[in-house]
Design a protein around this ligand. Structure first.
Ligand SMILES: Cc1ncc(COP(=O)(O)O)c(C=O)c1O
Length: 409
């Protein structure tokens, strides 16, 4: 019998090489240096509008100092899991501060946000339970659901009627249910209808978990995220340090007994080394800045608003809520999106090329996202270079009133 080779599928995988041949492969581009809002690639400086460093804190002197001091004190790695030798007093202080900040009883830090969703969801949900998961939730939520062995039911994106239909069915079967959603969706920059979702979860006795990865530090009066922005209190909330918190790692916060349970059951926590001392210290310093400098979140939202309006005036279609640092530029087909990405890159703008599976087929987009430390001059350049790139790839015309012919986001 002919035995198939498990590696065979890799041989036929040549789309990246085709794109490289055409000069439009947009992934894994190595940066030679970074100052936050500007990066160096191939000896050229590009304005960074493709980062999740929304508050610009990766280069803040207090965050850098905190990371360096932690290395002096604890070394470069904890060399073990939180469960065994890898818990520092620094991790515990960070957890206390995060719980207080999020208005929850307790918090637990993991080594990445992805691991939070894997471990938190799969530890509290199991066989016989129901998870109601928005179709467009982040991959780490989807994978956490898969790992749980629970009965996972996906509802249409932000569709509260569809959610209610699923809640009715689950409660009719007497099943313990978790509803899980992103607070601010990372690709389209849209907010979950959290008020409606909260009240439906309450009506049917389900628990609500919100992923605040993109909203912490940016949305809400205190920067707690989309739930605060919408005036609701989730039962569980997760966040990552890899965006506004200027570091690497993540956390989940909620009732003390639930967090206690996760500490002893979440496999991605127990069987993985803890966050490095410098990463924990950087996140703690960034959290202090978020608590004391609300002007940073006002600034990044003001910049994103200016770009959204400016791009629409030029003739691009954008999407997303006004209260978002993410401004997706809707393109449609992949070839055109890649040509636009390349034209932007050549003009000195670093953007993110987004295609399936991150978005549905034919809904390709250029994701742009802003940093509180972008200057007004950089934003002028962004708009100028977008206009030039749009003309180069034929997405917008040169004529005086063409912008009105293009649907606006
Ligand atoms: C919504 C969402 N959740 C979770 C994560 C995972 O976070 P991390 O980068 O810390 O693994 C991300 C990261 O892209 C995200 O966008």
């Amino acid at each position: 019998m002919q035995v198939l080779d498990i590696f065979q599928k890799c041989e036929g995988f040549n789309r990246p090489d085709e794109l490289k041949g055409l000069g439009v492969y947009p992934y894994f581009i190595p940066l030679e240096g970074s100052e936050g809002t500007e990066v160096e690639i191939g000896g050229n400086r590009l304005i960074m509008i493709g980062s999740n460093n929304y508050l610009g804190l990766t280069h803040h002197p207090r965050v850098r100092d905190a990371a360096q001091r932690a290395i002096e004190r604890y070394g470069t790695s904890c060399s073990g899991s939180r469960f065994l030798n890898g818990t520092l007093e620094l991790h515990e202080e960070l957890e206390r501060r995060l719980a207080a900040f999020m208005g929850q009883e307790a918090a637990l830090c993991y080594s990445t946000g992805f691991q939070v969703n894997l471990g938190a969801i799969s530890s509290i949900c199991g066989k016989g339970d129901v998870i109601l998961c928005d179709r467009e939730n982040h991959a780490s939520i989807i994978d956490g659901c898969r790992l749980s062995f629970a009965d996972v039911r996906k509802f249409r994106h932000s569709d509260v009627e569809d959610l209610e239909h699923h809640l009715q069915a689950a409660s009719g079967q007497g099943r313990a249910t978790l509803v899980v959603v992103d607070g601010l969706y990372s690709m389209m920059g849209d907010l979950a209808p959290l008020r409606e979702i909260r009240s439906l979860a309450d009506r049917y006795g389900a628990r609500l978990m919100v992923d605040e990865a993109h909203a912490i530090g940016v949305l809400g009066q205190h920067g707690r995220g989309a739930a605060e922005h919408c005036g609701v209190h989730p039962d569980l909330v997760m966040g990552t340090f890899s965006k506004s918190l200027a570091s690497l790692g993540g956390f989940v916060a909620g009732p003390a007994h639930v967090i206690h349970f996760m500490r002893h059951h979440a496999r991605s926590l127990i069987f993985s080394a803890s966050i490095t001392p410098s990463a924990a210290a950087a996140a703690l310093a960034a959290l202090e800045l978020i608590e004391t400098m609300p002007e940073m979140r006002r600034r990044v939202l003001q910049i994103a608003h200016r770009v959204r309006t400016g791009l629409a005036d030029i003739g691009f279609r954008t999407a997303g809520t006004l209260a978002s640092p993410i401004v997706p530029v809707l393109v449609g087909d992949q070839d055109r999106m890649l040509r636009l990405w390349r034209a932007l890159f050549d003009s000195g703008l670093f953007t993110n090329a987004v295609t399936q599976p991150a978005v549905p087929v034919g809904a390709d987009l250029i994701r742009t996202s802003y940093i509180a430390s972008h200057t007004d001059e950089q934003i002028d350049e962004v708009l100028r270079r977008f206009a030039a790139a749009g003309r180069k790839v034929g997405m917008i015309d040169d004529g005086p009133d063409t912008s009105s012919q293009v649907a606006r986001g």
